[in-house]
Design a protein. Structure first.
Length: 475
């Protein structure tokens, strides 16, 4: 489903029934959808009517699904093989729906996350771990041992109004929405099916939105361009907090947004489906942080591959690791679970694969995912840091950096660059621009102009497909 009230209703209805909700990316192919629903042992699917044709095509391939709940969206009538969601809701009873197995904090939420290789993996979050983690971001936390009625106390007055601009089918949008609901907050969704910064800003103004979740510059830059083009059109004074996760949020973009509202606080959260709240940076009118620079959370360390803690100011790099309330693994995949969720010196850590260094003052500099690291002439280059530098150029809307085979260097850094409207990409200018910011070996050997880098709504890039595009262009 797209973002809508029925999405969150379905999540919590599933919890109440003692079942496990499973997210589904509506952009997936038939084979990917079949894989997820089969792998997750799905028994019911809730879908917007616009996807009826897709489901009609593949439903015979997932015999385990016994209920199809159709959500009205104006695209056509409910299929004969599906059940109308609203009819089910109207015919509901006051009796709690609960499976014979009961409910507990061990009940699961499965968050399927895509990667650059292989099929998506189902991250298993225990409800207790998930809600304790989400609650830790709130000022008024639930007590470890509840006394009285802490839930009722939170509901005495309305909480903040949150708008998940990011899709609820991804962790960034869903987890921020769920966190807001734990403080009696209100969730507001945008009616449109495609990201439209003008519609988003209209919604913020109309409903007096207090907080919003986005996915870095992929969302923030179009919002900033809309505000810059019509600075008097929108009143966004109600908006106090913007939370970003999933992709880097450039310092320059944050400063641009602050020009339109000095009340804003922007939180750049470093986390993933496997590890929520590893680190964060905060930017406001009172102070700013650099791009990809974070402060570690209390349960986060930087660990070397052999399990040693990276000491501040040591110039060593390591992987960001989180302990405490973390997922219990990947569903039906013990091998990959063992690689990500490791026990080191008796402590269980979630290590998704983000590499970083740490300054003497404790500031963490995110380098990127080790799986995408480019080895060029014996030097390691992380694509994300070069991509962020490229996006600072006034002609660049977005960028992706890959390594292609090279006789001399082993791998040659190649940039695929998407231009801003009305701008053109000049290879020599961009290469020189990177050399102003980084060591020369990190500069691309080639720059390829593309219509789009294909960044997904969760901020991720398909590096495998981008590498194939680069190879096809250069050969």
């Amino acid at each position: 489903m797209y973002n809508c009230p029925q999405y969150l209703e379905s999540i919590f209805a599933t919890f109440k029934a003692g079942l496990a909700p499973v997210n589904t990316n509506y952009r997936y192919t038939d084979d990917e959808l079949v894989y997820i629903w089969d792998n997750a042992d799905v028994v019911a699917v809730v879908f917007h009517g616009v996807f009826a044709e897709t489901i009609e095509r593949l439903r015979h391939r997932v015999p385990g699904v016994i209920v199809w709940l159709w959500v009205e969206d104006g695209s056509g009538p409910c299929p004969m093989w599906a059940t109308d969601y609203d009819v089910c809701a109207e015919q509901g009873t006051e009796t709690n729906v609960q499976g014979p197995w009961g409910r507990s904090g061990d009940d699961l939420l499965l968050l399927y996350t895509g990667g650059t290789t292989g099929m998506p993996k189902g991250v298993m979050w225990r409800q207790e771990d998930l809600f304790l983690t989400l609650d830790s971001t709130n000022k008024k936390r639930l007590p470890p041992t509840p006394q009285g009625d802490p839930i009722g106390e939170r509901s005495l007055r309305p909480g903040p109004r949150n708008l998940p601009a990011a899709p609820l089918m991804h962790g960034t949008g869903l987890f921020n929405a769920m966190s807001n609901l734990t403080v009696a907050g209100c969730i507001i969704t945008v009616a449109g099916r495609k990201f439209d910064p003008a519609e988003l800003l209209d919604t913020i103004e109309k409903y007096h939105v207090n907080s919003m979740s986005i996915v870095g510059d992929a969302f923030a830059k179009p919002i900033l361009r809309a505000l810059d083009s019509e600075p008097q059109r929108w009143d966004i004074s109600s908006l106090r907090v913007i939370v970003s996760s999933g992709v880097m949020f450039a310092a320059e973009t944050k400063q641009g947004l602050l020009r339109h509202s000095e009340r804003l606080i922007m939180v750049d959260a470093l986390g993933s489906s496997e590890a929520i709240g590893m680190a964060q940076s905060t930017t406001s009118a009172a102070g700013e942080s650099k791009t990809a620079s974070f402060e570690l959370g209390p349960n986060t360390k930087i660990l070397t591959e052999d399990g040693r803690e990276v000491q501040p100011g040591s110039s060593e790099i390591g992987r960001v690791a989180l302990k405490g309330n973390t997922p219990i693994g990947y569903y039906k995949d013990p091998e990959k679970s063992a690689k990500t969720f490791q026990i080191i010196n008796g402590v269980r850590w979630s290590i998704p694969g983000d590499w970083a260094s740490i300054d003497i003052d404790g500031t963490v500099h995110l380098l990127g995912r080790g799986s995408q690291c480019i080895n060029t002439g014996g030097e390691k280059v992380y694509p994300e840091e070069v991509e962020e530098a490229l996006k600072l150029h006034p002609s660049v809307a977005d960028a992706a950096v890959v390594g292609v085979p090279d006789e001399r260097f082993g791998q040659a850094i190649t940039a695929l660059v998407e231009a801003l409207p009305g701008e053109s990409i000049v290879e020599a200018d961009l290469i020189a621009f990177i050399k102003q910011h980084y060591a020369a070996y990190k500069a691309p050997k080639r720059v390829i102009a593309v219509a789009t880098v294909g960044r997904a709504s969760n901020g991720k890039l398909d590096y495998k497909a981008l590498t194939e595009i680069a190879l096809a262009t250069l050969t």
